[in-house]
Write a protein that binds this ligand. Structure first.
Ligand SMILES: [Mn+2]
Length: 269
């Protein structure tokens, strides 16, 4: 199954969507591997027209590459190989998770094309641990490892409301609780180009409960949309949407919210 509005071939497309159904290190609720499948299914329930941006996805050349088929030998190498094979800096890529750890092989590949870039990270969790449950590479360490690759000072985190005292102290570009207000203030100062990593648990779990590690509090759906709209004049090189877990709650309401977030992100690119 493909996204219904994705009718372009890979050659013709300006925007390429693909699923990376990696689900290896979830410490609480496994199931993110079904994320891409349910995002496509729930997309059947939304309009291609955005009332927020007064624009329609049907006007754009979008290709859906469907999902990486993991052979379950070495997910990291398999994911990096898949991204390496398809990535093209003349197109915008949207990677659908899967767990958050997929960001790492993606940015390793992007590093070959962009000497320097910033990551804007929206999440309930800081993900800055050096190690979690014996793992150096997992959903709870992903931004720390990303910092090893591009420099922690090039990562800007918003909406964070869960982490250890050490994580909150470690990082100066960490904005607690809110996304829209702090992002609006500094978005023009963040050096470009920008890679966007969105863990959908940044949204309040009453709105989007189907995530692997729900955290109380969080931003409203409207704040999510308003925050996306702030990127209107910023170059985004590519982005990921991660941690949607259809097994962890009603998958249809949450999946519809993710499908709408995806629509708004495609239209802002
Ligand atoms: Mn998270």
């Amino acid at each position: 199954m493909k996204l219904f509005y994705a009718r372009a071939s890979l050659e013709d497309a300006r925007i390429v969507v693909c699923g990376l159904p990696v689900d290896k290190t979830s410490s609480f609720l496994p199931g993110t591997k079904f994320g891409p499948m349910y995002i496509r299914y729930c997309t059947e329930n939304i309009e291609s027209f955005s009332p927020y941006q007064e624009n329609d996805l049907q006007k754009l050349k979008i290709c859906d590459l469907e999902d990486l088929k993991l052979e379950d030998q070495d997910w990291y190498a398999e994911t990096r190989k898949f991204v390496e094979k398809h990535f093209n800096p003349d197109k915008k890529f949207i990677f659908l998770g899967g767990e958050h750890t997929i960001t790492l092989p993606i940015i390793e590949v992007l590093r070959k094309y962009y000497k320097k870039f910033s990551i804007i990270h929206l999440d309930a969790h800081a993900d800055l641990r050096d190690e979690y449950l014996g793992n150096k590479i997992c959903h709870a360490t992903v931004m720390r490892r990303a910092g090893d690759i591009i420099g922690l000072e090039n990562i800007y985190q918003f909406g964070i409301r869960s982490g250890t005292g050490q994580e909150f102290k470690l990082h100066k570009n960490l904005y607690k609780f809110e996304v829209y207000q702090p992002l609006r203030k500094i978005i023009d100062k963040i050096p470009g180009p920008v890679y966007l990593s969105i863990d959908v648990d940044v949204v309040n779990p009453a709105v989007l409960p189907a995530v692997s590690t729900p955290a109380s509090g969080g931003i409203s759906f409207q704040e999510m949309i308003d925050s996306i709209l702030l990127f209107k004049n910023r170059e985004i090189i590519s982005l990921d949407i991660v941690e949607f877990n259809p097994l962890a709650g009603n998958p249809y309401a949450s999946g519809t919210a993710v499908a709408e977030i995806l629509r708004e992100l495609i239209l802002i690119l």
